[in-house]
Write a protein that binds this ligand. Structure first.
Ligand code: APR
Ligand code: ZN
Ligand code: ZN
Length: 362
């Protein structure tokens, strides 16, 4: 039986979000209904709220979530009712060229739910942002978007892995391949950069240099494990990183801002044959000019990192286990928990940069 729940919708361009009654259909083949327990507020939600999904409104928001599977449709065998799961917006298909070649994080088959949730008042169809729509008491997803993790973890913490925190940790451990004894520089210490710091520490980096233009952000970065902090408003970050690494540059530089000047800093702050990991998302008009002789002469690798190049079925349970063993600080990323009708205030706080994550608890 289809059921009615409360969910947050973005009603129109730059309009505040609001809570509405939405209708969740029964799960069809390959789908699952999940009772959402926690969902974090992410920058991507804000972008969608401002610009729509291809300029179309209304739609459902929320995608960094964890909850309990309530019901599954035909043919679903990997998850069952009662399972504690983290939702992901990139369910891999297993059969496309990227998947077959062992790069499932570049799987571009979209495995979201086929059926639509609707607005109870009008019957209007609601697209869920990133195929999840988890600022709602329940949501309908593809079963492949659900990854079982240890239920001993709190939902607020588990849900973090659904997006930004996984992107940062994965940039360090998957894309950057940070290893024991490495020196790492992280440029931009918001939620994603801080997660890269935590990931680098987990991987055994011996030196972690945090770079930001905001001292408050740098203090948080140090609390999370950065060994050095550089405020690039008044210090040249490339020179500072070189100096802190004995004149060489860092083995791995992780860029988590998404601007040409910080891409350039990342390029020059790495050691010869070092790796630059680009996580910050640039806008379409941004360009970067580099002398080809430097590109050639410095060697190493320039890599971009998508969703932390993660494999949810491998990475989510592993990171939750490390968290439960006390080896990975995820809890610090939950700055505050809020109620469903406070999502708009959560956006405002995120926009001001006051929080790492505001997480809606149900
Ligand atoms: N140099 C250094 N740090 C900077 C600069 C700069 N020129 N400009 C901004 N910053 C810092 C901000 O002070 C802030 O701490 O970068 C950080 C960005 O953090 P957030 O805005 O919280 O963004 P976050 O969620 O961490 O995402 C960062 O990664 O996944 C991408 O789309 C995401 O492009 C975004 C980036
Ligand atoms: Zn695929
Ligand atoms: Zn997100």
């Amino acid at each position: 039986m289809a059921q009615e729940v409360r969910g947050v919708i973005a009603p129109g361009k730059n309009e505040p979000v609001r809570v509405e009654t939405i209708v969740i259909p029964d799960p069809g083949p390959g789908e699952a209904v999940v009772q959402v327990q926690a969902c974090g507020v992410c920058h991507t939600d804000l972008h969608y709220k401002q610009g729509g999904i291809n300029d179309e409104f209304p739609f459902l928001l929320g995608h960094e979530a964890a909850g309990i599977v309530e019901a599954v449709g035909e043919g679903v065998s990997d998850v069952a009712p009662g399972d504690f799961v983290v939702l992901n917006w990139r369910a891999v298909c297993g059969s496309c060229r990227a998947c077959r070649r062992g790069r499932p994080w570049y799987c571009f088959a979209t495995h979201n739910a086929g059926q639509k949730m609707t607005l109870a008042a009008t019957g209007q169809e609601l697209s869920p942002a990133l195929g999840i729509g988890a600022f709602a008491e329940k949501t309908l997803v593809a079963a492949g978007q659900c990854t079982k993790v240890d239920p001993a973890a709190s939902p607020a913490v588990a849900g973090l892995l659904g997006c930004g925190v996984m992107a940062g940790i994965g940039a360090a451990i998957n894309t950057g391949n940070v290893g024991r004894g490495d020196s790492v520089a992280v440029i931009g210490c918001g939620g994603v950069g801080d997660a890269a710091i935590v990931g680098s520490r987990l991987a055994g980096a011996s030196l972690i240099i945090a770079v930001d233009i905001d001292d408050a952000k740098l203090n948080t970065a140090k609390r999370l494990g950065a060994s050095h902090a550089v405020n690039s408003t008044h210090t040249d970050p490339v020179a500072a990183i070189r100096e802190l690494t004995g004149g060489f540059g860092a083995d791995v530089v992780i860029e988590a801002v998404g601007r040409p000047e910080t891409y350039e800093q990342a390029f020059y702050a790495r050691d010869l044959a070092g790796t630059v990991v680009l996580v910050g998302v640039p806008t379409p008009e941004m360009k970067l000019e580099l002398p080809l002789l430097d590109v050639f002469g410095r060697g190493g690798a320039l890599k971009s990192s998508w969703y932390g190049d993660c494999l949810p079925s491998r990475d989510f349970p592993m990171l939750i286990d490390l968290y439960l063993q006390g080896r990975l600080d995820l809890k610090s990323f939950v700055t505050e928990t809020i109620a469903l009708d406070e999502v708009e205030q959560g956006f405002e706080r995120m926009h001001r940069g006051d929080v790492l994550r505001s997480v809606v608890l149900f």
